[in-house]
Every structure is written in structure tokens, then in C-alpha cells.
Design a protein around this ligand. Structure first.
Ligand code: FMN
Length: 251
């Protein structure tokens, strides 16, 4: 099953298979042909609407990841790491950075009935994302207050539970905050993808995104983590595929 593993990552798998006979099919059939093994591509012509591609049904071959930094510092190594991850994203994967944590109001359940627009926007962006990247520093052996405030706003969001998450730690000694963050995220029913979690040795270093991305160790660590998250999301999408009652192809 060579197609399935790469259909999100490759912008146009059909071009990689010049002997393909499906070139004249409508877009939804072509999208489907990215899923089927080549010898079954003829089935694509008969499939109905692509509703089983949720949550990717509206964009087929583009995956959206949203990143969050727990540091509001301008030259933050955590923020730079997330921007570096965006530079390293493979084709078909977009990593957007959410940069309004410092502007969110303090959490209070009193506002649940009439949410501020900034919270509606935050929840909406989380809802549209296929997965999340989080890089968070340790402050006084815990999670920075502004970041925990944002998480508290997401507790009541119906889109957060089950959201696949990659956790980046830019300081190996910051074990307490990482442990606390994992506990909080698991309590919120997020799905932490352990193969997509990574530690980078950036404590005390002057960083910038390009240097992190081009560093052989950091760059490779981030690439591996993104790949693990993307692969999890690809596999996760598989059980939703059931044209005419068939099982998804084995990967
Ligand atoms: C107020 C404050 C408290 C901190 N407390 C801890 C701590 O408890 N443990 C730790 O390992 N580092 C601590 N640090 C260091 C930061 O975690 C570290 O500098 C981190 O890399 C900063 O991330 P940034 O570059 O993304 O801003 C603290 C830093 C600040 C400013």
C-alpha cells in the first residue's frame, strides 16, 4: 500500500506514477486515488462524496497544525523552535503559529455564556487544526501563568479533547513543567503523541528559527517529531474510510 502512507505529504502523487490512468477523473476521485493502491484506482471513479475524509475532507492533501509557545519573551527559544518547525514542515503540512496568548483575558467561568471574541477565535483555530505543537518553558517549577490561562480557556472547548499534540521542551532540566503540562493536557483529554515529543538543548543559547532549523541535531529532532505527528494523523484518518463497506487498506 504505497499510496496511503504518503498521500498527505505529497502534493500530487499522481505525477509520481506516470502510468496512472486516472488523470481525467474529477478532483474528488483523484483525491481518492491517493488513498487506494494503484491496482484499485479504477474504483475511485465510482465512489460517492468524500465525506469519510474528516477532518481533512475540505482540503484533502493539506494538513494544518497550530503551534503554541508558553513564553511571551520576544527572543523566546520556545517560540523560535516552533517557527523552526514551521520551516521544516513537509509538503502538504502547514504549521501556523498562534501568537495572541498574552492578549487573552484572565479565565473565569462567568464568561462561559458570553465568550469574548478572542476566546471564540482561539477555540475556532484549535478546532480547525488537525494537531497542535506546544513548546513551553518552566517558571518556578511549573507552567507559566499565561500559558495555563490559555489552557483553562480550552477546557470547555468541544474541539480540544482528543486533539493530537506534540510537546517540545527546549530545556532538559525543566522536568517539573513538562510533567505538569502532560498531566494538565491528559486531564483535558488531549492525545499526546509520545514519538512526536522532543527535547532540544537550547537553554541559555541565543537562538533564531533559521539557526535551529539548520542545526543538524535540532533540525533532525524537529523533523522526526513532525513526521511522527503527521504519521499519527494519517493513520488516524484511516478508519473513517469505508466506501461501500470496504475496510481501509492495511498500512
Ligand atoms: C521567572 C522565571 C522562572 C524560571 N524558573 C525556572 C525553573 O523553575 N526551572 C528551570 O529549569 N528554569 C527556570 N527558568 C528558566 C527558563 O525556563 C528558561 O530560561 C527558558 O529557556 C526560557 O524560555 P524562553 O527562551 O522560551 O523564554 C525560569 C525563568 C524565569 C524568567
Amino acid at each position: 500500500m504505497r499510496i496511503f502512507k504518503s498521500w498527505f505529504l505529497s502534493p500530487d502523487p499522481l505525477s509520481a506514477y506516470p502510468d496512472c490512468t486516472c488523470a481525467n477523473l474529477p478532483p474528488q476521485a483523484i483525491a481518492c486515488s491517493r488513498y487506494l493502491p494503484q491496482h484499485e484506482w479504477h474504483k475511485a471513479a465510482y465512489l460517492p462524496e468524500m465525506t469519510y475524509y474528516t477532518p481533512y475532507s475540505s482540503r484533502f492533501n493539506q494538513m494544518l497544525l497550530l503551534s503554541f509557545s508558553g513564553s511571551l519573551r520576544t527572543a523566546s527559544s520556545n517560540t523560535h523552535t516552533l517557527i523552526a518547525a514551521g520551516l521544516l514542515a513537509p509538503p502538504g503540512v502547514v504549521i501556523e503559529h498562534y501568537d495572541a496568548i498574552g492578549e487573552l483575558p484572565h479565565f473565569t467561568p462567568d464568561l462561559d455564556a458570553n465568550l469574548p471574541q478572542s476566546i471564540v477565535d482561539l477555540r475556532s483555530r484549535v478546532g480547525k487544526a488537525d494537531g497542535l505543537l506546544i513548546a513551553c518553558p518552566e517558571y518556578a517549577r511549573g507552567i507559566p501563568g499565561s500559558f495555563k490561562n490559555m489552557l483553562d480557556w480550552l477546557v470547555g472547548s468541544p474541539d480540544f479533547p482528543g486533539k493530537p499534540i506534540a510537546l517540545f521542551n527546549t530545556s532538559p532540566r525543566a522536568s517539573a513543567a513538562q510533567a505538569a503540562l502532560k498531566l494538565v493536557l491528559e486531564t483535558m483529554s488531549a492525545t499526546i503523541i509520545h514519538d512526536a515529543c522532543a527535547t532540544l538543548h537550547l537553554l541559555g543559547k541565543q537562538t533564531d528559527p533559521a539557526t535551529i532549523a539548520n542545526d543538524p541535531v535540532c533540525g533532525e529532532t524537529l523533523r522526526h517529531a513532525i513526521h511522527a505527528l503527521v504519521e499519527h494523523l494519517q493513520v488516524e484518518a484511516a478508519p473513517t474510510y469505508s466506501p461501500r463497506g470496504e475496510s481501509p487498506p492495511a498500512t
